[in-house]
Design a protein around this ligand. Structure first.
Ligand code: SF4
Length: 304
């Protein structure tokens, strides 16, 4: 990870571990850590935080770095944190990441709550996709959102922080543009009083900074990759954006902010369709039957 061209920190005389190519400054390990934590603190200070904030915690690099960063600045915030983990039921992948998550929470002294697809939906993700050509990531995303929501409710948590970083935002913005779905670009965040509010304290922090932060604290573990992670559109978009960033420093940040700036400047916003109440489970959804029930009903039909 350490760039061979790195020199001395621009803020002190220590060896640099990070080069911000856009601002052309070098940072040593201490100043990189401070910079990441300051960005998280600035983000969180703008929000009216409830007494308890849930951190969506997969045990992977990004959410581990976020948990660590929030714990280190907690004395400057008026809340405490708990870690929320969803076990989708993915053989040879989830057991290891959950073990890592449990260890991290125990070291940081953070309460840790876990919810399992098998318990909530009656099936693991492996069972839901086995023998079918259904897209695992689509099903996983829909069910995980519901599972996380249930877990948050069970513990009266109204705000959930996720480890999405600036690169993730840039990728989503470009994917929205590629999709040609103007509503995706101009609709709001889709917040509803029914759901816990989602916040992204790493929104202004790059993937490289998050990775280095995790490395510097020894939080980087060699964990298995999800077997369903494929060469998706996101993977192609990620590679494209990295190439741009390498050749044109600042591209990632501009891409991450472009949607918001376009929305603000043009003053355009589509109201999202009002939620309907699912006739099957009673949760809000975009149709008569919500996506979760549609997935589970199809599962039932597939197997009868
Ligand atoms: Fe779920 Fe896909 Fe991520 Fe695996 S790669 S955890 S299936 S969203």
């Amino acid at each position: 990870m350490v760039d061979k061209h790195l020199k001395i920190c621009s803020l002190c005389q220590n060896p640099a571990v990070y080069l911000d190519r856009e601002r052309e400054i070098h940072l040593c390990s201490d100043h990189l850590i401070t910079s990441v934590e300051e960005q998280v603190l600035i983000y969180l200070k703008k929000i009216d935080l409830p007494p308890v904030v849930g951190i969506a915690f997969s045990g992977g690099k990004d959410s581990t770095a976020l948990l660590k960063a929030v714990c280190r600045i907690l004395d400057q915030l008026s809340c405490r944190v708990v870690a929320l983990t969803v076990d989708e039921g993915i053989e040879r992948y989830r057991q290891e990441t959950i073990r890592a998550a449990e260890e991290t929470c125990s070291i940081l002294g953070v309460p840790h709550y876990i919810i399992r697809f098998q318990d909530v939906f009656g099936h693991s993700l492996d069972q839901l996709v086995s023998g079918s050509d259904r897209n695992a990531c689509t099903i996983c995303g829909i069910l995980r959102r519901r599972a996380l929501e249930i877990l948050a409710r069970n513990h009266s948590i109204k705000v959930i922080a996720t480890g999405h970083n600036q690169d993730d935002h840039a990728q989503t913005a470009l994917m929205n543009a590629i999709s040609g779905d103007v509503r995706k670009v101009f609709s709001g965040m889709g917040e509803s009083p029914w759901y816990a509010r989602r916040i992204k304290p790493f929104a202004e922090v790059s993937e490289r900074e998050v990775t280095l932060y995790a490395l510097l604290f020894g939080l980087f573990r060699d964990l298995p990759e999800c077997p369903y992670a494929s060469s998706s559109l996101r993977g192609e978009v990620r590679a494209l954006l990295y190439r741009y960033e390498r050749n044109h420093p600042g591209s990632m940040r501009h891409a991450a902010r472009c949607e918001e700036e376009i929305r603000d400047k043009l003053g355009i916003s589509f109201e999202r369709d009002p939620y309907q109440t699912c006739v099957s489970c009673g949760w809000p959804g975009s149709g008569r039957v919500c996506q979760v029930c549609t997935i589970l009903t199809n599962e039932h039909l597939d197997r009868t």
